[in-house]
Design a protein around this ligand. Sequence first.
Ligand code: ARG
Length: 578
Amino acid sequence: MAGLHAALATRLQVGFDTVAPGWDPVLRPSSQAGTDFQANGALSLAKQMGQPPAELAAHVLASVDLQGVAVAEVHRKGFINLTLERGFLAASLAAAASDPRLGVDSVEVPWTVVVDYSAPNVAKELHAGHVRTTIVGDALCRLAAFAGHHVVRENHIGDWGTPFGMLIEHLVDIGEELGARELSVGDLDGFYRQARAVFDASDELKERARRRVVLLQSGDPETLRLWRILVDESMRYFSEVYHRLGVLLTPEDVVGESFYNDLLPGVVAELEAAGLLVDSEGARCVFPPGFAGRGGEPLPLIVQKSDGGFGYATTDLAALKDRFGRLRADRALYVVGAPQRQHFAMCFAVGRQAGWIPDGADAVHVSIGNMLGPDGKIFRSRAGEAVKLIELVEEAVSRAAGKVQEKSPGLSADEQAGVAQAVGVGALKYGDLSTDRAREYVFDWDRLLAMEGNTAPYLQYAVARIRSIFRRGGIDRSAYGSGRVPVTLDGPAERALARRLLGYEAAIQGALETWSPHKLCTYLFDLAGDFTCFFENCPVLRAATEETRDSRLELCAHTAAVLAHGLALLGIEAPERM
Ligand code: ARG
């Protein structure tokens, strides 16, 4: 079933096609009281054609199917305002409620979407800097999968390169057992720092580390075995953090830097054959067009260093080729921090030059703004150290537990713990997701956990409150919210709520269009607001007639269903009671 929004857009499209085939009608829920939808496409089209917008809009409207539309009028500026018949709105609502997908169609042409996210480095802490890429990436995976795309998660962990010489020798020095333990319990920074300290102070270790790197590169079995310990134990710890955070990533999703190792010489050879390689100060580089340094000099992407070694960029070129080649990606998303913008822009440009990104396919740097502390600087602990992700999760849950104890003393201890987990983790995730991902974000516990405003606890509470209406009234909730109970939509608050509920599909499409989960957050927050307005104006359990009461209960159940579903798409649970 196509959602109401999509159905209306299709009808308007017919009108626009008579003037300019394929022209976007730009249909939006109306912000004006008294009308339901607004289409703005005629404004831009009129400008392009040099025609009066209102005249053009009227011409477009003449070929639009207006079944179910009570009033269609053209504003003098060229907007088309549509006001729907109450019955049509109610029928659309019932259709959405009865649909297990809540009125959200699957995409017609599913893509293969490869999502590269989280990507911590082996034997280095999963720290606050990875929070956003992990959480945003995970929400995008859930959203894209729900929309009907084929999603391939890839955790591009840093598990290769020169530091491994040092790390392996340190493992040998302190003993495998102790080393493995330190890593698996999450003392990654401790392990790394210790290794680094010894390395810096000892020429002997530096020499051993150098030899170890050569052994690693040449595939020496004993060296690989030691390397595996570092990778597996770090991964064991990362998985534990993912589990606590309710993130989909598993060890099966790991396709780390080492995976591409054997492909690197081939990548270089291919670039060479394409005539793209240039020798520059002993290194082999590609100079993609359009990239210049401060002084206007062309910028190189270094593919092979002067010592013959490969670097981060070479690995990313191999990954790019692999994602569009072997995995046949239509979209390859790189959910990675904003500071790597230029790196990806250059890799993608080289990938295009080399012909690795097929026509119609695209690589996207889903750029993530830095997480800042209250002082406006990169988020750090009081002692100035990077904050471990797991510590953030723990603190979120313990802060939430305090709130739950205060707000919901009636729940059993077990229930309180469950709610605290959902609220704490939810707040942490939602704080991230509700801010435009590309923007910097100031981390602030009080804001994340506030019961008012665009926060997870507010939305979770909204769901619990709706469910409690049914409990209080001793009403079987399962009879409502699946489109079987007629909805009457008498007043403006009910109508506004209905219109919002019908906008769920458009909200999801909007979020996916720019890979921006915050658009779904905004929608859910608006929905909760419309619900509050409805609830304040329209008595439910004390409605004047049974028919009205049922209609309103249906709206309540439908709203709770959409809120809980939307939160789930963001990776956030909605507790039954709070
Ligand atoms: N490991 C890198 C880091 O911690 C992120 C890798 C992102 N993905 C990629 N394909 N380069 O900065």
